[in-house]
Ligand binder design. Structure first.
Ligand code: NAD
Length: 247
């Protein structure tokens, strides 16, 4: 049995999630990650983590489905020999549009993945962490959850909700040696931002005091900090990785 810590990362097949998996593997953790449908991309994440010396398990799971979250958690716990040391709730989607034209389905889809998915995962994994009296939970919020954004009311609701859940669970679990923090990326080059219109992209980039987009590794380093020992006395916090957007 490995004495490496086990990290469970949702949405690890690409983008920020993949960078988080690789970074946590690099700092000595074994990795279980979920992916929604892109098996070849998941295999690439697996290969990159194994190159860093990690044991890796990839699991196909839709985080908006609570049964699939429970199955994912059970598989992670089995892989970790009964332990899940770190949970990173990274999976997320956007369905942008102005509020007056936003369909119920677009609101629900975003809340189901970003907010409810994070809840299902935190509820399931916290049971293991409470038993072990240790653990790190890191939730992916967004600068949009901190300051709002025109055309992203649904996404802002979900990502502000993630911050509220982070602070609430941090209070519930603080006495058990478990920290719960959030990372709020600004504009990071991934498939998600690649879908934006040229106008929306230019408007967002113009708002970044440091100029230019961030890299997935910038976010992964912040997650690794909250996942590691150095952050042991920090809980309920939101760290913006945004080149100054939220100032
Ligand atoms: P991405 O679209 O490249 O990746 C999203 C990941 O989530 C993928 O691995 C995808 O398979 C997974 N996913 C989506 N729906 C899922 C579901 N129902 N079940 C399981 N997995 C699912 O996006 P990204 O830019 O890498 O974003 C990662 C996280 O960072 C998201 O939570 C996103 O909201 C957040 N974020 C991104 C940015 C940015 O600028 N890219 C900014 C702020 C916050």
């Amino acid at each position: 049995m490995s004495d490496r810590k086990l990290a469970l990362v949702t949405g690890g097949s690409r983008g920020i999630g993949r960078a988080v998996c690789v970074k946590l593997a690099e700092i000595g953790m074994d990795i279980v990650f979920s992916y929604q449908s892109d098996a070849p991309a998941a295999e690439e994440t697996e290969r990159l983590c194994e190159e860093k010396g990690a044991r890796v398990l990839k699991v196909q799971a839709d985080v908006s489905n609570s049964d699939q979250c429970d199955r994912l958690i059970a598989q992670a716990s089995w892989f970790g020999g009964g332990h899940i040391d770190v949970l990173v709730n990274n999976a997320g989607i956007t369905r942008d549009g102005l509020t007056m034209r936003m369909k119920n389905e677009d609101f629900d889809a975003v809340v189901n993945v970003n907010l409810k998915g994070t809840f299902y995962m935190m509820r399931g994994v916290s049971r293991f962490m409470i038993r072990a009296r240790r653990g790190r939970i890191v939730n992916m919020s967004s600068v949009v959850g901190v300051r709002g954004n025109a055309g992203q009311l649904n996404y802002a609701a979900s990502k502000s909700g993630v911050i509220g859940m982070t602070k609430s669970l941090a209070k519930e679990l603080a006495s058990r040696g478990i920290t719960v923090n959030a990372v709020a990326p600004g504009f990071i080059e991934t498939d998600m931002t690649g879908k934006m219109t040229a106008n929306a992209r230019d408007a967002s980039l113009a708002e970044i005091p440091m100029g230019g987009a961030g890299r997935v590794e910038d976010v992964a380093c912040a997650v690794a900090f909250f996942a590691g020992e150095e952050s042991r006395y920090i809980t309920g916090q939101v760290l913006c990785v945004d080149g100054g957007m939220a100032i």
